[in-house]
Design a protein around this ligand. Structure first.
Ligand code: TPP
Length: 311
């Protein structure tokens, strides 16, 4: 059994609390992928992004099973969104995570940190071996991401409803500095029931933040219930449009549809909302669209079976 955090006085061996160093081999591999994607035809690009997402999904399952903690359902629904963004869209440099003109990604549904950590380590922001320390005492890889301890994490998140307001502030700040960098905020659909999102959406529309994109992981489930049972969100696209945004709906597991939605030029003066229709637990049949997998942890046999399906 893991000791309670209050009994820990020093970092256990192997759990370094200092900054994580970039993984140069993984960075080189990721750069190669970006170059191949830039030259690839659409079929080849789709296959490369599917392979990237498949690897992330498998690591998500083994990381959660190993830690005995995590949010498998939401991690698996957001994986294709993160894989497309980091594989082909965001201008970031894992060797220089603080590059001032980098694009910013805010994972507002911070409970899905394992999907983010796995994606970041796959791009070389830090070595993948460190994922095995996820949620262990003194590990920088907390259950919710911290911008102070993990390279590539732009905003500490976990309390739902904060990512978009912070993302609006980031986008305004970048614009004031004359930077062309984009800000992308990935939100859960259940999270949209927090009113702060709509204040932020109103501000972004009013200010015409064309450098801001919100991506909604529209899996229809939240913790313990369907979003529609708790507080109906539809007509969701119309709501964003009414706040001065352009809104598009795509299949959130179709990498090319995501790529198109995330790279098309914005309408003049409007932020964009991409409503990505997803399946919670995507890729693992016994997790798909099952509310209990919001934060249930697979036992050894379930993890084996999930990994088998994800091969
Ligand atoms: C302000 C706040 N209230 C409650 C929670 C607890 N909580 C964590 S995840 C979650 C459900 C989120 O649903 P959704 O945004 O749809 O995420 P997904 O289904 O994609 O995992 C809740 C209520 C929280 N993290 N923050």
């Amino acid at each position: 059994m893991r000791p309670s955090p209050t009994t820990i006085t020093a970092a256990p061996p192997g759990h370094d609390v200092t900054d994580l160093l970039p993984d140069h081999d993984a960075i080189a591999e990721w750069r190669g992928l970006r170059e191949r994607l830039a030259r690839a035809d659409r079929d080849a690009a789709a296959a490369a992004l599917a392979a990237l997402a498949g690897g992330i999904r498998r690591t998500v399952i083994s990381t959660i099973a190993g830690a005995g903690l995590g949010h498998a359902g939401g991690d698996l629904s957001v994986t294709d969104i993160l894989a497309t963004l980091y594989g082909a869209v965001l201008r970031v440099d894992p060797a220089d995570p603080g590059w001032p003109d980098r694009d910013r990604l805010v994972l507002s549904k911070g409970h899905c940190s394992v999907a983010l950590y796995t994606t970041l380590s796959t791009c070389g922001f830090f070595p993948a071996e460190r994922l095995s320390t996820f949620a262990a005492p003194m590990s920088p890889l907390n259950g919710h991401p911290s911008r102070r301890s993990v390279p590539g994490v732009e905003t500490s998140t976990g309390p739902l409803g904060h990512g978009l307001p912070v993302g609006v502030g980031i986008a305004v700040g970048l614009r004031l500095r004359g930077s062309a960098a984009r800000t992308v905020v990935v939100l859960g659909d259940g999270e949209l029931q927090e009113g702060s999102n709509w204040e932020a959406a109103m501000t972004a529309g009013h200010r015409g933040l064309t450098s801001l994109t919100a991506v909604i992981d529209r899996n229809g489930l939240q913790q313990g219930a369907r979003t529609s049972a708790t507080n109906e969100l539809e007509p969701l696209a119309d709501k964003w449009r009414a706040f001065g945004w352009e809104a598009v709906e795509v299949d959130g597991h179709d990498h090319l549809a995501l790529l198109d939605a995330l790279t098309a030029p914005h309408d003049a003066g409007r932020p964009r909302c991409v409503i990505a229709r997803t399946v919670k637990g995507r890729g693992v049949s016994f997790m798909e669209d099952r509310v209990e997998w919001h934060h249930k942890v697979p036992d050894a046999e379930q993890a084996r079976s999930a990994l088998e399906e994800l091969r």
